[in-house]
Write a protein that binds this ligand. Structure first.
Ligand SMILES: C[C@H](OP(=O)(O)OC[C@@H](O)[C@@H](O)[C@@H](O)Cn1c2nc(=O)[nH]c(=O)c-2cc2ccc(O)cc21)C(=O)N[C@@H](CCC(=O)N[C@@H](CCC(=O)O)C(=O)O)C(=O)O
Length: 144
């Protein structure tokens, strides 16, 4: 079931702009960062209930995706992390395809396997984890 409600763009201009270009082009432009593929994750604000859209690096395997709450290795989780904890029903747009998913945080061996996939897709993730004490959370998103 697609998430409905009032969209509240990111306060970060470059993020807002990437979402705008991604969506207005039907997922044909604004789909990379540093030449690597990007998806757009839609979540429901845990406090506002508004629709939030977050570009993330594309980490996909057999139809499932990882959402890596790296925030560049910052000491705190990105806010969208708490949105997913509040409501695991999310949407993900990968290029022109937009689908509904249910997200769950992964740990242990499953997380290690997805972390490997994530670093393979975007090597900066390894550097981000090295630069912070915070354990970077990973959600796996499976199609509903
Ligand atoms: C700035 C903040 O954003 P954030 O949710 O912390 O997410 C920060 C970043 O992760 C986010 O901007 C990502 O898109 C950055 N980013 C990546 N961020 C990552 O963490 N991982 C990535 O792989 C990644 C890739 C990427 C690629 C392209 C690009 O343009 C950006 C990319 C934000 O939007 N804050 C809002 C509130 C947002 C929100 O969801 N509020 C909730 C409240 C939630 C709560 O407080 O519990 C609500 O509406 O209820 C505000 O300050 O008004």
């Amino acid at each position: 079931m697609p998430l409905t409600g009032e969209y509240e763009p990111s306060p970060a201009q470059w993020v807002r702009d990437q979402v705008e270009e991604y969506e207005s082009s039907g997922g044909t432009r604004g789909t990379v960062l540093q030449g690597l593929p990007v998806i757009v994750l839609t979540t429901r604000g845990a406090k506002s209930g508004k629709i939030r859209k977050t570009p993330l690096m594309r980490v996909e395997h057999d139809g499932a995706y990882a959402a890596v709450a790296s925030l560049g290795g910052a000491p705190k989780h990105p806010v969208w992390y708490f949105n997913i904890l509040g409501d695991p029903h999310v949407e993900l747009q990968d290029g022109p395809v937009r689908r509904d998913y249910v997200a769950r945080e992964v740990t242990g061996d499953e997380k290690a396997q997805w972390w490997e996939r994530a670093v393979a897709a975007f090597p900066n993730y390894a550097e981000y984890q090295r630069k912070t004490e915070r354990e970077i959370p990973v959600f796996v998103l499976e199609p509903t």
